[in-house]
Design a protein around this ligand. Sequence first.
Ligand code: SAH
Ligand code: SF4
Ligand code: F3S
Length: 506
Amino acid sequence: MTRKLYLETFGCQMNVLDSELVMSQLRAQGYEAVADRAAADVVIFNTCSVREHAEQKVWSRLGELREAKADRPDMVIGVIGCMAEREGESIFTRFPHIDILCGPGELDQLPRMVHNACTTSVAPSEGGAGSATVGSPRQVALMGSTTRRSSTYETAKEDNLESLDLARTVSPSDNMRQAYVRITRGCNKFCTYCVVPFTRGPEVHRPPGNIVEEVKMLVGAGALEVTLLGQTINHYIFDHGGGRKTTFADLLYLIHESVPDLPRLRFVTSFPRDFTDLALQAMRDCPRICRYLHVPAQSGSDRILKAMNRGYTAEQYTDFVDRARAMMPDISLASDFIVGFPTETDDDFASTMELVRHCRFKNSFIFKYSPRPGTVAIDRFEDDVPDAVKRSRNNQLLALQGEVCASNNRLMIGKTVEVMVEGESKLVSKRAYPPAKVTLGWEARQGLPAGEAVSLTQLIGRTRGDQVVCFDGERSLKGELLNVEIVDARNLTLFGRRVPMHVAKV
Ligand code: SAH
Ligand code: SF4
Ligand code: F3S
């Protein structure tokens, strides 16, 4: 019997990739993905714990399912990912109707767990510890609850989790043009505010050979852009034994050389302290590596950076930015900031504003500090910056970043850039279909019979520097690499038009 599966993903790119890997395994076992939660036999939430808000969304989804589960006790509900790991079995106190709980470090076990939950029935009277839900016994796999945390734990788990990445299958019919590839799991940094080292476990680096094979497989299936993933990706180092090591810079060169048909190679997220000149040189020397770095600063105040355990000063951060720009003047930089970290004063915040002015980021993701259970910061500091102050600092930083972005964007006018077409612009896709038939101007008419009216819509594309460009084109262009000339820059958005010739992709 084919069971219908609904999988909803929250959180970062790691979770997006985990969902894809899990889905590919479950599909192979006969589960059919559906977009309508109400029609599903199995509902899985792949969750994020990074801020309270991220968890609240999942709590409210689980609340919505309470009644549905009462009506259909055979429906299987799974919570996987970082929130499953962070909450642990205490989640059952609030939501006894959950059947599956699986942390991100145990996802190789998920197909078996889903199968068990779907096929094993437990009468209500049998419910007890570990099997209280009507319909199926609970399936639990958490890193924190396992006894396998020995010195060989990481090695053993790496092999099991590695199998999840290695089992990935993509066929040309999936029409996948952009793909993620994990190179590192977990994080060892223990920034005082952050749950990730607790939910994803210690850093484990994947063997370079497996990474290259995966990239080749994706490119063979049609991928034009591969983004390598890691929480502190530039900290990658693989120890082959016998003194031989592959560094992050080596890995970049290796992929660039081994997969010459890949037009775009990117990576996120970088840790400021770990950037070697060799890694920057690899970016400079390899024309198909996008000159884009997401390298979160978090704060511009040395005192706050210390309290966050980030391991660098604001000056070291700006030195890094200056070094990167000196080597690649066209590099595009993005950052993350936390405002309202405990004890943050107006002066500390002014230093953050100063850092943004200096670094001229393409964009910044700005978050209000959210105290997270289990972290050092929640124990060590009172959450003493009032919410109104956090909000005001958030808005001020956003406004400054907006000004920086607008002035960066104005410098783009007149330039021709390569974009990867990602789809329709949100503004447009909200409008009624079909879009009006229009007669194209010369620039959009390339390859079409002269004067012919076709359906055009506003598309968005992403440059190699990760800027978003809106331009008119046919919907079928999704997934293509094209050249557009930037003709306007309004607020935070670049506007372009297609150009006829195909300039070199590099
Ligand atoms: N590994 C990445 C970031 C992972 S989490 C890095 O270290 O750069 C993504 C972002 O969420 C972080 O960069 C940080 O800005 C934000 N974040 C993490 N924990 C947070 C918390 N407790 N409150 C608010 N923002 C947080
Ligand atoms: Fe969290 Fe810091 Fe690790 Fe990033 S580097 S995942 S912020 S602990
Ligand atoms: Fe969230 Fe886990 Fe990613 S906490 S940000 S899903 S690593």
